[in-house]
Ligand binder design. Structure first.
Ligand code: HEM
Length: 677
C-alpha cells in the first residue's frame, strides 16, 4: 500500500476546511477528526501547541495531517516539578498558575505579531490542478508534480519552528528539564530554544523522537554528550559513533545473554541481602537512613561484579577506589550541566585542585581496570574454554570474562573504555530508579502495601529466581511507573549529521537536539493523570511496557539501534531490590527531613538525599485456634450432644450457630496470617 499522504496546514483552517494543496476535506471537527477519504476514526489526536497530528485508523493510515502553526493550546495538565514548587496534600505537584499565565500571554503576543502564522499561497494552485486533470494522464501527472512541489515549497518556505527565546538565568537554579516541560506545554512537541547565539531543538513528540532514534538514526550522533564524556568513557559505547560504535556494540551485546542475566539474579539477591543488613541495624536502633547513597552503593557493588568481577563492597567499606569512582562520576555530571567547557581551558586543567584530583582518580581507576583485565586474561588462558553463545564462567560470570573468552580482538584502551562506560551507565541509572521509586512508594502507602502482598505470596522468604521475575508482576509495574515519572536520564542528546525534516520543520546539519523523556513520559496528551504515580495504569498481565508497546511515548531505555543494552539486567536488578527490601521493611519519609527536591547531572538526583524511616514489618500476632477434641452423640430424641475433653460439662450443640462461629474463626485466621501491618 502507498505511504500515507502527509498534509500540512494552519490551525486557522478549522472545522470542515478544505486543504488547497491536497483537494481533500479532512475533518468535520477538530475535536473529533475523521478521515473523509477512508472514513476512519482518529487513532492519534494530539494537539501539541502548534501541532495537530492525526492518523486514520486504517493500517497503514491513508492520511497524516500535521498542523504547522496556529494557536497554542491552553495547557491542561499540571506541570510537575519538585523543586520548591507547591504540592497538594498528597505530595502531587500542582500548577503554578501565575507562571503559566505569563507564558500564555507571552505566546498570545507572539501569535498576534504573526510569529507563528504561516503565509498562505496567493496562487490558487488547486484550481490549476483541477484544470490540468482534465487532460488525461499527462495532465494528472503534471498536477501531481505541482502538488508535490508545492508541498515541498510550503515546508521550506512557510514552516517556522516555534521558538522560545530565553535568558539562560531563567533556567539556572532548577533542573533544566523542568523549565523545558513548561515550554513544551506552550510551544508544543517540537520547538527551538535559543540562548544568545546557541540554540537547541527540544523534542517532546513521540513521532519525532521515533524518527530521530529509530527511523533515521543514521543521521544523528551523540553530539555534545560524546564531547563531555570523552575524558572518562573515551570511545566507549555510550559516546561512540559510527564504525567504532557498530563494532563494539556487536561485540558487547551478546555478553548480556539470558543465562548471564539469570546468573546475575543471585548477585542481585546477595547485594540486596547486604543492604537489608544495613537497614536492619538502622531499624533496630531507630535511626533514619539516607537511601539515595545506599542505593548508589548497592548498584556500585552489583555493577562492579557484573561487569569486571570486582568486589567494591561499598556497602561495608569506604576505600580509595570507591572515592575515585564517585569523583569521576561527579565530574562527568558537573561537565554535563556546565554552561562553559571549563575543562578545556588549559590553565584550569593543570592548576585547579579539583581537576587534578579528577585526573588522579581516573588514573587510579584505570590502573585497577588494567589489573583486572590482566587477571582475567590469565584466567581465560588457564581455562579450557568451550566458548558458545550462552557462555558463562561459573567462577567469574562477568562481561569482561565473556569478552576475553570470546576472543574479542580489541586494544586494552578500548576494553577499558567499554568497561568504564558500563560501570557508569549501569550504576547511577539503577540507583536513581530505586531512589525515586522508593520516594514514590513512601508517598503512596497503599501501593507499598499491595507490593508487599505480592512479594509475600510470590517470594515468601526465598531469594528471587528468574521464574519469580515473571511472577512479580505488580513489583515490575511499580518499577515501570517509577521509570515513567523519573526517567534516567531525563533527556537524550543528539546532533544532526545532515539536513533533515523534524515534525514538518526543516533542520540543518549540526543542530543540537534534546529529546525530553521527562516531557514524553509526563505529556498530558498521552497520559491520563500524567503526574500521578499509578502502577495500575499498566495492565498487570500485559507485555512489559517499552518504546514499541507505547509507540515512543514511553522510552525508559531509549529506542532504536542505540537502545540500552542493560534493560533486562536493570529491570531484574531493581525488581529484586524493591521486592527484597519491601518484604522486610516499611519505608516512610523521615519526619523533619528536608523536602525531597531534584537536581540533575546525567540522572536525576535529590538535592539533599532521601532520608527515610525504615521499620521492620511485623506480622499481626496469629491468634491460635485451639482444636478441643469433642465427643458427639445423638440421643433417641435426635438431639445432638457434645462433650469437650477438658470440660466436664455437656453442651447442647446447635449446628447452625456453631457453623457460623467456626466460619468466623476461620476468616480471622486467614486475615491474620496473610496480612502484614
Ligand atoms: C535502570 C537502569 C538503566 C536505565 C534507566 C538506562 C537507560 C538507558 C538509556 C535511556 C539509554 C539510551 C541513551 C541514548 O539513546 O542516548 C541507555 C544506553 C545504554 N545503556 Fe543503559 N540504562 C540502565 C542500565 C544499564 C545497565 C545496567 C547497563 C550495562 C550493563 C547499561 C548500559 C548502557 C549502554 C552501554 C548504553 C549505550 C548503548 C549504545 O549507545 O549502543 N545501562 N541506557
Amino acid at each position: 500500500m502507498a505511504p500515507p499522504t502527509v498534509l500540512q496546514g494552519s490551525v486557522r483552517a478549522t472545522t470542515g476546511s478544505t486543504f488547497e494543496s491536497c483537494n481533500l476535506s479532512l475533518f468535520p471537527s477538530v475535536n473529533e477528526p475523521r478521515c473523509l477519504r477512508c472514513g476512519g476514526n482518529r487513532s492519534r489526536n494530539s494537539f501539541l501547541g502548534q501541532q495537530l497530528a492525526f492518523k486514520s485508523r486504517s493500517n497503514p493510515p491513508c492520511v497524516t495531517l500535521t498542523f504547522l502553526s496556529g494557536h497554542a493550546r491552553t495547557p491542561v495538565a499540571p506541570f510537575s516539578s519538585l523543586n520548591g514548587r507547591k504540592r497538594d496534600g498528597r505530595g502531587n505537584d500542582v500548577v503554578n498558575k501565575e507562571t503559566l499565565q505569563k507564558y500564555q500571554s507571552e505566546l498570545a503576543t507572539q501569535i498576534a505579531l504573526g510569529k507563528f502564522t504561516v503565509e498562505d499561497s496567493k496562487l490558487n494552485l488547486r484550481k490549476i490542478r483541477s484544470f490540468l486533470v482534465r487532460f488525461g494522464s499527462p495532465g494528472r501527472a503534471f498536477a501531481k508534480y505541482i502538488a508535490s512541489a508545492e508541498r515541498k515549497w510550503r515546508i521550506h518556505r512557510s514552516s517556522k519552528m516555534p521558538q522560545a527565546r530565553g535568558d539562560v538565568r531563567a533556567v539556572v537554579g532548577e533542573p533544566f528539564f523542568v523549565p523545558l516541560y513548561r515550554l513544551f506545554l506552550i510551544y508544543g512537541g517540537i520547538f527551538r530554544l535559543t540562548f544568545g547565539p546557541k540554540s537547541f531543538v527540544i523534542v517532546s513528540d513521540p513521532m519525532v523522537a521515533k524518527h530521530i532514534l529509530k527511523d533515521n538514526s543514521k543521521s544523528y550522533s551523540k553530539g555534545i554528550l560524546a564531547e563531555i564524556l570523552e575524558f572518562v568513557m573515551g570511545k566507549g559505547l555510550i559516546p561512540a559513533d559510527g564504525e567504532v560504535w557498530r563494532i563494539r556494540r556487536r561485540a558487547i551485546v551478546p555478553a548480556l545473554h539470558r543465562k548471564y542475566v539469570e546468573a546475575m539474579l543471585e548477585l542481585f539477591g546477595q547485594a540486596a541481602e547486604n543492604l537489608c543488613k544495613k537497614l536492619d541495624s538502622a531499624a533496630t536502633n531507630g535511626e533514619d537512613v539516607e537511601m539515595e547513597s545506599l542505593f548508589s552503593r548497592f548498584t556500585l557493588d552489583v555493577i562492579g561484579k557484573a561487569v569486571f568481577n570486582y568486589e567494591f563492597d561499598s556497602l561495608s567499606n569506604d576505600t580509595g577506589i570507591i572515592e575515585a569512582v564517585y569523583d569521576v562520576l561527579r565530574e562527568a555530571e558537573a561537565r554535563s550541566t556546565a554552561l562553559i567547557p571549563y575543562w578545556s581551558i588549559p590553565i584550569l586543567k593543570d592548576l585547579s585542585p579539583r581537576q587534578r584530583k579528577v585526573s588522579a582518580s581516573l588514573k587510579l581507576i584505570n590502573d585497577v581496570l588494567d589489573d583486572l583485565i590482566n587477571i582475567c586474561k590469565r584466567m581465560v588462558e588457564e581455562e579450557d574454554v568451550h566458548f558458545h553463545e550462552e557462555y558463562v564462567n561459573e567462577r567469574d560470570p562477568s562481561i569482561l570474562h565473556f569478552l576475553l573468552a570470546s576472543g574479542d580482538d580489541v586494544s586494552s584502551k578500548q576494553l577499558r573504555d567499554d568497561l568504564m562506560t558500563m560501570l557508569i551507565a549501569g550504576h547511577e541509572t539503577s540507583a536513581a530508579v530505586l531512589t525515586w521509586t522508593f520516594y514514590l512508594l513512601a508517598q503512596n502507602p497503599e501501593v507499598q502495601l499491595k507490593l508487599q502482598r505480592e512479594v509475600d505470596s510470590v517470594l515468601g522468604d526465598r531469594l528471587p529466581t528468574i521464574q519469580d521475575m515473571k511472577n512479580l508482576k505488580y513489583t515490575t509495574r511499580v518499577i515501570n511507573e517509577g521509570l515513567r515519572l523519573y526517567p534516567q536520564p531525563p533527556v537524550l542528546i543528539r546532533r544532526s549529521l545532515e539536513d533533515d525534516v523534524l515534525g514538518g520543520y526543516p533542520i540543518k546539519k549540526d543542530e543540537d537536539i534534546f529529546i525530553s523523556l521527562w516531557n514524553l513520559h509526563r505529556s498530558p496528551h498521552h497520559w491520563v493523570d500524567a503526574d500521578k504515580f499509578k502502577p495500575e495504569r499498566w495492565p498487570i498481565d500485559g507485555p512489559n511496557p517499552n518504546e514499541t508497546t507505547e509507540n515512543f511515548s514511553y522510552l525508559p531505555f531509549g529506542g532504536g539501534p542505540r537502545k540500552c543494552i542493560g534493560d533486562m539486567f536493570a529491570t531484574f536488578e531493581t525488581v529484586t531490590a524493591a521486592a527484597m527490601l519491601t518484604r522486610r521493611f516499611k519505608f516512610e519519609l523521615a519526619v523533619g527531613a528536608p523536602p525531597v527536591e531534584m537536581t540533575t547531572g546525567a540522572t536525576i538526583h535529590t538535592t539533599e538525599g532521601l532520608k527515610m524511616t525504615v521499620t521492620h514489618r511485623t506480622r499481626r500476632p496469629v491468634i491460635p485456634v485451639i482444636e478441643v477434641p469433642t465427643l458427639t452423640t445423638i440421643d433417641e430424641s435426635g438431639a445432638i450432644k457434645s462433650y469437650k475433653a477438658t470440660d466436664a460439662s455437656v453442651s447442647v450443640f446447635n449446628p447452625q450457630t456453631e457453623d457460623k462461629k467456626q466460619n468466623q474463626q476461620k476468616n480471622n485466621k486467614n486475615e491474620v496470617s496473610s496480612t502484614y501491618t
